[in-house]
Structures are given as structure tokens and as C-alpha cells.
Design a protein around this ligand. Structure first.
Ligand code: LRH
Ligand code: MN
Ligand code: MN
Length: 427
């Protein structure tokens, strides 16, 4: 579906008076506090979050799935959906593919289609956590860590194939989430599983093009419930350090045990120049994959505090980061949910940008915990949404993306075009 620009302009002119009131007030307060509002707006405009190709349909759970209607039926339609999101917020200028859920049959045409919506391809994701039809060996007992070399070779070949697809699309990174692990104590030897995995990773690493990176994503449990080979940031970092400079850690917010201090993990990765990127989502219990910011917006802000600190510090030498969403939608309209996720990420980023850093550093040096908290929470409790709206307005996006999407009844239109019961590939 191609967006009619004049409808966007109409939406923006209707909302502009109220927006200017809110924005003017915030901008003048920030200016008085010593911030350069234009620089903040530029940073927000430059910030792009990749949309996962597997989150454009209703995911459901293992207990059931309730189709939302009008879901994309092909990779082309997924790209159109991301194009629509990007037109609405100008902050979703990339898509991350999961292979083989989304195999680009005609990569040239796919790339052209994406380019027509000004979309780039972020990391390509491999999948050795499911068996595919016509596959020689099963991954029931693992893939890159498997005891049988033939299974490992098959999983390595798949990753190399994913790199090939990525190269054809102009992607520059591979994300490996390795689900391999065990369900019962004694089932495997931890040390040998690690060694076999390292050997497999090394073979994949050797096939990376010169300007590529590989992201090693960690997760403590699920699908396996006793041990996982790449269970935590320590294991991820260990693999990355052994592999070389193209290997970087990937932090999926849902992949931590309850109450883990994720912001400190982010700081450690940054310190070592080993942070590759994020899978943003939110959760209350585990890997819930809920809308970003729905449960723990303060945690997200604290993560961005570390990121802004790291990105502006001359002591940190970390490659540019990949910002990606990894979410699943059980009951919401996936497009609305993704717009909310992107907004939540941008809010946390904007709030982190307005932290009074010199004052924070001074409070830290003086061990003034009260003042340090005041400084952080002053930024966190500032309603920065007018800044985001202004950045969108300037970029020709919608002042209120979800509002516009509803006003225009876009889902209804997608259902008309695609049908009530469509199923997109993915989770
Ligand atoms: C695993 C995970 C990983 C997969 C995606 C579908 O839980 O986060 O990133 O590739 O979900
Ligand atoms: Mn993930
Ligand atoms: Mn996950």
C-alpha cells in the first residue's frame, strides 16, 4: 500500500497548532538548560531502527494463534509494510530478514522494491533451531554444537548460505542465535559443546566478507531448559573475543534472567568495543517479546544512558551499532505495535540525550547518590514526545503515526487487499 502524501500533510496541519504549543515550551526549557535542541533533533532524525521481517504478522504462542487479518503474504508485502511504517515515522528505514522464513527469490527485484521505500537491509538471521523440509539431518540434538560433524557441517553451510543472501541484498551482518543446549544434567559435556561450537563459528567467520560482522546473540533458556551453549553475555563475549574483530555481541532485552542489570552488561560490552547491536522488546517474565517500553521503560532509559555515554566518550572504540526490534504480537495489530516500539526506543534515546552529563559526573565523583538520581530522573520524567514529533514533522512523517494509521483505517484497507485470513511466515 502506497501512502498518499497529501493525507499526511492534512493530518499534520490539523495537529500542528497543539504540537507547536507543546514543542515550543519544551524546546525553550531545554535551550535554557543548555541543550542544543537542533542537535538533538538531528540525532533523532538520523536514528533508524530495523523492523524484523518475522514480526509483521500475528505471532501467537504454542497454544494458538489468532490471525489479525491483512497480514503480508510474501516478502514483497512485508517490505511494503515496513515501507508504510517508515513513511509514517521516518525512523524505520531498515528491515532484518530471517532465513529461510523469508528467502529473497529475486534479490535484485527485492532490493529495488526496498530501495523504492528508502529501506536498507540490516542483519540477516540464520535459523538452525527448526528442521526444514528436505533437510538431511535433524537439529533435535543441536546444530553448530552437535556431536555429529555432518550435522554441524549442514548448520555451517546454512549460515554461509544466509551470508550469500545477505550479500545479494546489501546487508552487512549476520546474526546467529544458537538455540543449542540441553534439557537434562549430564546430557552433554559443557566444555566439548563449547569447543565444537567455536569450531563451527570459526568456519562461518572465515566466510564473512571483509566489511561484514557477525553478531552472537545469547539467551539463557528456551527451547532448552537445563543449559544453553551461548547462554549469557559472558559466553557471547568469550566466543567473540576468540573469533576476532568482526564478531560482536547482540543484546536481546528479553534474553536475561529476571532482574538482570542489562545496562551494566551494555556498558561492559561497550568498554571492550564488542557491542554489535540490539533486539529490542520488553517482558515481564522471560522472553515475552512484548512491545518495547510496555513494561520497563526506565530500564530502557538506563540502557540508553549507557549507550549515549559510550557513543560520546572518546575512551570507547565500538563499531556502529545495529538497532533492531525483535517482537511478537499475539493480540495487537503488528503495525501499530511496531510503531509503539519504535516510539518507545526513540523516547528512551531522547531522554538519554538530555541528561546533564557534566553534573552527573560531578555527583558521581562526590558520591552524591541523591543528586545522581535527581539528574537521571529529571531527564527520564521529561515528556520528550514533542521532540520526537518535531523530528518526524521535519522529516515529512506523521505527527502522530498511530493516530494517522487509525484515522486512515489502514488495516481495513490491507484486509481488503490481502484478505481476512492471511498468514505471514515467522514466529
Ligand atoms: C530467539 C530470538 C532470536 C530469533 C528470534 C526469532 O528467542 O530472539 O533472535 O532469531 O527470536
Ligand atoms: Mn532475538
Ligand atoms: Mn528471543
Amino acid at each position: 500500500m502506497i501512502l498518499d502524501k497529501s493525507l499526511l500533510d492534512q493530518h499534520n496541519s490539523q495537529g500542528n497548532a497543539l504540537h507547536q504549543k507543546k514543542y515550543g515550551l519544551l524546546a525553550s526549557v531545554l535551550q535554557d538548560e543548555g541543550h542544543n535542541v537542533n542537535t538533538i533533533l538531528e540525532r533523532l532524525a538520523a536514528f533508524q531502527v530495523a523492523i524484523p521481517s518475522w514480526a509483521l504478522g500475528t505471532g501467537g504462542t504454542r497454544f494458538g494463534r489468532f490471525a489479525g487479518g491483512g497480514e503480508p503474504r510474501s516478502l514483497e508485502e512485508k517490505i511494503e509494510d515496513v515501507g508504510l511504517l517508515h513513511a509514517l515515522n521516518q525512523s524505520s528505514g531498515a528491515i532484518s530478514l530471517h532465513i529461510p522464513w523469508d528467502i529473497p527469490q529475486n534479490p535484485k527485484a527485492i532490493q529495488q522494491l526496498a530501495a523504492s521505500f528508502e529501506l536498507k537491509f540490516d542483519a540477516v538471521n540464520s535459523n538452525t533451531f527448526q528442521d526444514q523440509e528436505n533437510q538431511d539431518y535433524s537439529y533435535k540434538f543441536g546444530s553448530l554444537s552437535h556431536t555429529d560433524k555432518a550435522v554441524r557441517d549442514q548448520a555451517i553451510a546454512h549460515n554461509v548460505e544466509v551470508i550469500r543472501h545477505g550479500v545479494e541484498l546489501g546487508s552487512k551482518s549476520l546474526t546467529i542465535w544458537l538455540s543449542d543446549g540441553t534439557d537434562f544434567p549430564g546430557q552433554q559435556n559443557f566444555r566439548r559443546s563449547f569447543a565444537r561450537t567455536l569450531d563451527s563459528f570459526e568456519q562461518i567467520y572465515a566466510q564473512l566478507p571483509a566489511d561484514w560482522k557477525v553478531f552472537i546473540e545469547y539467551k539463557p533458556y528456551e527451547p532448552h531448559f537445563y543449559s544453553t551453549v551461548v547462554a549469557d553475555w559472558g559466553s557471547s563475549l568469550l566466543f567473540c573475543q576468540k573469533l576476532g574483530e568482526k564478531a560482536l555481541g547482540l543484546v536481546d532485552l528479553g534474553h536475561h534472567l529476571p532482574n538482570t542489570n542489562i545496562e551494566q552488561i551494555v556498558s561492559r560490552f561497550l568498554m571492550e568495543g564488542k557491542l554489535g547491536g540490539f533486539h529490542f522488546n520488553d517482558s515481564k517474565y522471560g522472553d515475552d517479546d512484548l512491545t518495547v517500553g510496555a513494561m520497563r521503560p526506565y530500564q530502557l532509559f538506563l540502557i540508553f544512558n549507557e549507550l549515549v555515554d559510550g557513543m560520546t566518550s572518546s575512551e570507547i572504540k565500538n563499531p556502529e551499532l545495529s538497532w533492531m526490534i525483535d517482537a511478537s504480537h499475539n493480540i495487537k495489530d503488528p503495525l501499530e505495535d511496531l510503531m509503539q516500539s519504535v516510539e518507545a526506543i526513540m523516547i528512551a534515546y531522547a531522554q538519554a540525550l538530555i541528561i546533564n552529563r557534566p553534573a552527573l559526573e560531578k555527583a558521581q565523583l562526590q558520591n552524591d547518590a541523591t543528586l545522581a538520581q535527581e539528574i537521571l530522573q529529571n531527564a527520564y520524567r521529561t515528556d520528550v514526545r514533542p521532540l520526537l514529533a518535531e523530528a518526524r514533522f521535519k522529516a515529512g512523517a506523521a505527527l502522530n503515526p498511530v493516530g494517522f494509521y487509525r484515522e486512515q483505517k489502514i488495516r481495513k484497507e490491507l484486509i481488503k487487499q490481502r484478505g481476512e485470513k492471511t498468514y505471514s511466515t515467522g514466529l
